[in-house]
Design a protein around this ligand. Structure first.
Ligand code: DGT
Length: 259
């Protein structure tokens, strides 16, 4: 086909604790050189510490598709994003994407400066792009209530933002950056249901319609609108496919989303 791949993972596995194995191997080599240890003592540490965080993950998104990453707490959703970012290096398998990634972490962060500085984050101000994004992220009404609107300083000496405002500023920052792949880790934390629904629809679905998106979310409404869903359970791929396939193949899936 003529479609371009936005993101592909082929048989990818990873664990967070490989540093410990490497360290142990180094100690073992040194001890062996000094005549202190025999060869097999490392197995104890290997078995104890290395539990894969993601196991044999396969997925393929065409450019412009939205992937919903779901699963209970600790199932590996954030780790999957870390792997795409290159922060977590796969022990096996291949990851392909075009390279320009924008990432919105689970915990929102604000740097000293104005709200606008926090969204542009060093990029040039494009009024049309900026306005569409702050509207889609429901930030316009918030700005209207501030003394200098989006030019109001935040962080030290500035206004205090609510958790929901911080979350929406961080989402706006990630969306403002021009990228081929957008990774949004639980972008709706601290938002009420109505605001979440609006932002998911206006920003993630409509404004970003042509973008390849990976969104960590367990909301049924979001899974329904995603092009593909990956449901993780203890680092295993419990399901990968479309929403109708999910309903057909895993009728009990909602029990995994509640955690
Ligand atoms: P959440 O955020 O509670 O819904 O959980 P998930 O599904 O995002 O899970 P994740 O990927 O944060 O955690 C999966 C496992 O990986 C868990 O045992 C903690 C571990 N882990 C996560 N991030 C890191 C990290 O930065 N360093 C290390 N060493 N381990 C991590």
């Amino acid at each position: 086909s003529l479609t371009t791949v936005g993101l592909e993972m082929i048989n990818v596995s990873a664990s967070w604790d490989e540093g410990i194995v490497e360290l142990f191997e180094k100690i073992k080599r040194e001890n062996k050189a000094n005549g202190h240890l025999t060869g097999d003592d490392g197995l104890f540490f290997t078995n104890l510490y290395v539990t894969p965080v993601l196991k044999s993950i396969n997925l393929r998104l065409e450019e412009g598709m939205m992937l919903a990453v779901a699963g209970s707490t600790g199932s590996g959703k954030s780790s999957l994003l870390m792997m795409i970012l290159g922060e977590l290096v796969p022990s096996e398998g291949k990851i392909k994407h075009s390279g320009r990634v924008s990432y919105s972490p689970q915990t929102s962060w604000i740097m000293p400066g104005t709200i606008r500085d926090n969204i542009l984050f060093g990029l040039t101000y494009d009024e049309y792009r900026y306005t569409s994004i702050i509207r889609a992220c429901q930030l316009e009404e918030d700005f209207d209530l501030l003394p200098d609107k989006d030019k109001t300083p935040i962080a030290e000496g500035g206004v205090t933002l609510s958790g929901g405002q911080r979350a929406r500023i961080c989402l706006a920052r990630a969306v403002y950056k021009d990228a081929d792949l957008y990774l949004l880790d639980a972008p709706f934390t601290h938002l009420d249901i109505a605001t979440e629904k609006e932002i998911f629809d206006k920003c993630v679905c409509k404004l970003m319609a042509s973008k390849t998106r990976v969104v960590v979310t367990c909301k049924l409404e979001h899974l329904k609108r995603a092009d593909r869903i990956i449901l993780l359970h203890n680092g295993d791929c419990y399901f990968y496919g479309t929403f109708s396939e999910l309903q057909a193949q895993r009728p009990d899936f909602s029990s995994l989303l509640l955690g």
